[in-house]
Ligand binder design. Structure first.
Ligand SMILES: NC(=O)c1ccc[n+]([C@@H]2O[C@H](COP(=O)([O-])OP(=O)(O)OC[C@H]3O[C@@H](n4cnc5c(N)ncnc54)[C@H](O)[C@@H]3O)[C@@H](O)[C@H]2O)c1
Ligand SMILES: N[C@@H](CCO)C(=O)O
Length: 417
C-alpha cells in the first residue's frame, strides 16, 4: 500500500468520558484517514465497551511506539499528563491534550519544548469544550488589540446554577447530576470552587495577550456558598447568578484576570447561557464584541474538539503565540475594586465578613432568606480573605467590570463605559 494512503495512527491515552467520546465520534464517521491504533488505560479490571486486547495498561508503551503518528492525552491526572505530554514533545511529536489544569501550570515550558524539539501541541478541548475560542484568538485576532475575553468557562457550575434557579434543585442533587453526565472533574471542587475556569482564563490570557499568568495569583471564588436565598434575591431583581471569568487589559495597559460569581441581567449575553453551555465574549478594539457559545463540557462535545485538533494537526496547524513578543505586563488584582454582593444565612457571620471586606456595618440587610450586603470592595481585600470566604461559604458576586481603585476609578469607568 502507498505509504501516503496509510491512515494517521493515533495513540489514545485515557478512555474515560472524553476518550470514549472521541472514540464514538470517530466510529460514527467515515472517510477520515484516522485510526485509533492503540489505547492506554489505567485500571485493568474496569469493564469496558471494547475487548481487553484493545488496551495497553502502561501509557509509556504508547510513548515508546514511534510508529504512532499522533498522541492524544485525555487522562484526569495533571502531573502524569505533564510527564506524558512533555516527554512526547521532547520526542518532537504531535500531541493533543484536553488537560487545562496541566496546561495552566506548564504552558511556558510546553511552548518552549515545541520550539526546541519541533513537535506540536494543540488543546482546543481544554477551554470551553466545543467552542473554538483558542483558535479564534490565536489565528483570527493575531494583530487585533483586545479589551477583554470573558464569560462562562465552566459547564458544571453553570449546570448546577441553572438547575438551582430554574428548576429549584438543591446544590447537592444538582452537582450529582453534573457528575453523572460527565461534566464535572474527578475532583468537583475544581469546578464548584472556580479553579477550573481559572485554569481556562490563564490559557486564554496566553492566546489573547501573550501573557503567562501564574494561576495561583489569580483570584477565583466559586459557588459553594450560593443558596436558595441568593437565587430568590437575584430572580426578584430579574437577574441570574453566573460564574464569570474575565481576562482584561486595564487602562494602564496591564493585563489582569479574575473569576467570581456575578449577577447578570437580561442585557448580558451570558443571561441565556444555561446548563453545561459556555459563552465567551471577545471584546476587540476594532472588530467590536463577538460572542461565541456552545457546549462547554461532556464527552461528545469535548471529543469533537479533540477531533478538530487531530484534523488540524494533520493539516500542519500550530499555535502561533504571536502576541508573546509584545506581551503587556500582568497585573494582579490588587489596586482594583468591584461591586460586591455578599450573603450568609447567619447575620453574625456576615457582620465579620463586612469587617474583612472593609464594608460599613450599615451595609448589612436582612430579609426572609437571611443576611446580605452590597458595596464597593477592594479586590485586595477579597484576595487577603479568600480562604475564609471560601471556608465560610460566602457568596461574593460582582456586577459590571472590575475597575481601578480611587482616585482613578471615575476615569476608568468612563473608558470602559
Ligand atoms: N469531561 C469533560 O467534559 C471535559 C471537558 C474538557 C476537558 N476535560 C479534561 O479531559 C481530561 C479527561 O477528562 P474525562 O472527563 O474524560 O475524565 P474521566 O475521569 O472520565 O477519564 C479519565 C480517565 O483517565 C484514566 N487515567 C488516569 N491516569 C491514567 C494513566 N496514567 N494512563 C491511562 N489512563 C489514565 C482514568 O482511569 C479515567 O478512566 C481531563 O483533563 C479533563 O479536565 C474534560
Ligand atoms: N469540568 C469542566 C469540563 C470542561 O472543561 C466543566 O465543567 O466545564
Amino acid at each position: 500500500m502507498d505509504a501516503e494512503k496509510q491512515p494517521l495512527r493515533i495513540g489514545l491515552i485515557g478512555f474515560g468520558c472524553v476518550g470514549q467520546g472521541f472514540y464514538d465520534i470517530l466510529q460514527a464517521q467515515s472517510g477520515l484517514d484516522l485510526a485509533i491504533t492503540r489505547i492506554a488505560v489505567k485500571n485493568p479490571t474496569k469493564p469496558r465497551m471494547l475487548p481487553a486486547e484493545r488496551f495497553s495498561y502502561h501509557a509509556d508503551e504508547l510513548l515508546n511506539d514511534l510508529e504512532l503518528d499522533l498522541l492524544i492525552e485525555v487522562i484526569d491526572d495533571p502531573d502524569e499528563a505533564f510527564r506524558l505530554v512533555s516527554t512526547a514533545l521532547r520526542q518532537g511529536r504531535r500531541v493533543v491534550t484536553a488537560n487545562k489544569a496541566m496546561l495552566a501550570r506548564h504552558l511556558p515550558e510546553l511552548v518552549q519544548l515545541q520550539t526546541q524539539f519541533g513537535g506540536t501541541l494543540l488543546y482546543e478541548a481544554a477551554v470551553c469544550g466545543s467552542i473554538p475560542v483558542i483558535r479564534t484568538l490565536d489565528n483570527y485576532f493575531i494583530h487585533e488589540p483586545l479589551r477583554a475575553v470573558s464569560g462562562i468557562f465552566n459547564g458544571s457550575s453553570n449546570y448546577v446554577l441553572t438547575r438551582m434557579s430554574a428548576q429549584g434543585f438543591g446544590y447537592g442533587p444538582a452537582l450529582a447530576e453534573a457528575q453523572a453526565k460527565g461534566f464535572a472533574e474527578t475532583d468537583p471542587t475544581l469546578d464548584m470552587g472556580a479553579f477550573d475556569p481559572r485554569s481556562k482564563a490563564v490559557i486564554l490570557a496566553a492566546h489573547a495577550y501573550g501573557v503567562f499568568l501564574d494561576a495561583d495569583e489569580v483570584l477565583n471564588l466559586g459557588i459553594e456558598g450560593i443558596g436558595a436565598g441568593d437565587m430568590a434575591r437575584a430572580a426578584a431583581q430579574g437577574r441570574k447568578i453566573k460564574v464569570v471569568a474575565a481576562v482584561q487589559r486595564l487602562p494602564n495597559g496591564h493585563v489582569t484576570a479574575l473569576v467570581t460569581p456575578q449577577l447578570v441581567g437580561p442585557d448580558s449575553p451570558l443571561y441565556t447561557v444555561e446548563h453545561e453551555f459556555n459563552g465567551v465574549a471577545i471584546e476587540a478594539v476594532y472588530a467590536g464584541t463577538q460572542f461565541l457559545t456552545g457546549r462547554g463540557a461532556g464527552g461528545h462535545p469535548t471529543g469533537s474538539a479533540v477531533l478538530a485538533d487531530v484534523l488540524a494537526l494533520q493539516r500542519g496547524l500550530r499555535y502561533g503565540y504571536t502576541k508573546q513578543a509584545t506581551a503587556p505586563e500582568a497585573q494582579l488584582t490588587t489596586e482594583l475594586e468591584l461591586n460586591a454582593y455578599v450573603s450568609h444565612p447567619d447575620a453574625s457571620v456576615l457582620r465579620e465578613v463586612l469587617t474583612w471586606l472593609e464594608l460599613p456595618a450599615e451595609a448589612l440587610r436582612t430579609d426572609a432568606h437571611g443576611a446580605y450586603a452590597e458595596g464597593s470592595v477592594a479586590v485586595q481585600q477579597l484576595w487577603s480573605w479568600r480562604k475564609e470566604l471560601r471556608t465560610n461559604g460566602i457568596f461574593v458576586a460582582r456586577e459590571g467590570s472590575i475597575r481601578a481603585a480611587a482616585p482613578v476609578a471615575e476615569a476608568v469607568a468612563a473608558v470602559w463605559a
